[in-house]
Design a binder for this molecule. Structure first.
Ligand SMILES: C[S@@+](CC[C@H](N)C(=O)[O-])C[C@H]1O[C@@H](n2cnc3c(N)ncnc32)[C@H](O)[C@@H]1O
Length: 244
């Protein structure tokens, strides 16, 4: 059982890393199933907000099986974009590499092993950073936001997707029944992991959202921070820029 707030950052990172490596083989299947296919739509919306242009270079943090990185490459003219896709789970990176090879995108997506709290990249080196459903898991959210800001070039865009809960009380109750009762059962059955799909609703309920998270982005140095609710507010798309 992972208890955020009870562990040191290093221990928490090790536990989260192991959990994601354990569920990696069934990760994509469960994403599609548990979101009823919406997860790919959310990533498309995020990449549309990023608005990747020919010749730009992007960093996808906590890339998992590289769905966002692949979506970025699909959105630039052939051969005209580069993505560094980073994660600290070797198993996720292995599956990401297989998917990238199958889609013939290995020339455009470079995989890196690394931690979001200490990005292994130089200052001002990317036109955009993306993080989809990753930041809630980071052991130090503020530090990871400062790191995103540091590696962006002036004028660079930061796009973050994260789960939330609907504000409407009826939708909230219905969704919580699905998210907190049904989803953990299906997740456990298919992934065979005892707690990963209980950890998901628990961490979502505890994570700062909407204005609270936007404030954290501003404190990390981002300008023009805005957020948009997707699918009745079960996912939120945050964007900010680094000052020119
Ligand atoms: C829920 S998955 C999201 C994967 C992918 N972005 C997607 O859209 O499906 C979270 C990923 O974050 C990675 N992760 C969690 N904490 C991390 C950290 N501190 N540094 C780097 N990767 C991390 C995990 O290994 C996992 O692959």
């Amino acid at each position: 059982m992972i208890e955020k707030g009870m562990e040191t950052p290093a221990t928490l990172n090790r536990q989260v890393q192991k959990m994601f490596s354990d569920i990696a083989p069934r990760y994509d299947l469960l994403n599609r199933l548990l979101s009823c296919g919406q997860d790919q739509y959310w990533r498309k919306r995020a990449v549309a907000r990023l608005s990747p242009q020919a010749g730009e270079r992007f960093l996808d943090i906590a890339t998992g099986t590289a769905d966002v990185a692949l979506e970025i490459i699909r959105n630039v003219p052939p051969g005209a974009g580069q993505v560094v896709a980073m994660d600290f789970s070797e198993k996720m990176l292995e599956l990401a590499q297989q998917k990238i090879n199958t889609q013939n995108k290995a020339d455009f997506i470079q995989l890196e092993s690394g931690s979001a709290e200490s990005l292994p990249f130089e200052d001002n080196s990317f036109d955009g950073t993306t993080t989809a459903f990753g930041i809630r898991n980071f052991s130090d959210v503020e530090q990871s936001l400062r790191e995103m800001h540091r590696v962006l070039k002036p004028g660079g865009r930061c796009v973050i997707l994260e789960f939330s809960l609907p504000k409407n009380s009826i939708l909230n109750a219905l969704y919580r029944f699905y998210f907190e009762v049904l989803l953990p059962k299906v997740g456990r059955l298919i992934s065979k992991h005892p707690s990963a799909y209980t950890y998901l609703p628990e961490t979502v309920a505890a994570f700062p959202v909407r204005k609270e998270f936007s404030d954290l982005m501003q404190q990390a140095g981002f300008m023009n921070v805005i957020y948009k609710e997707l699918t009745f507010g079960i996912v939120i798309l945050y964007t900010g820029t680094k000052q020119v």
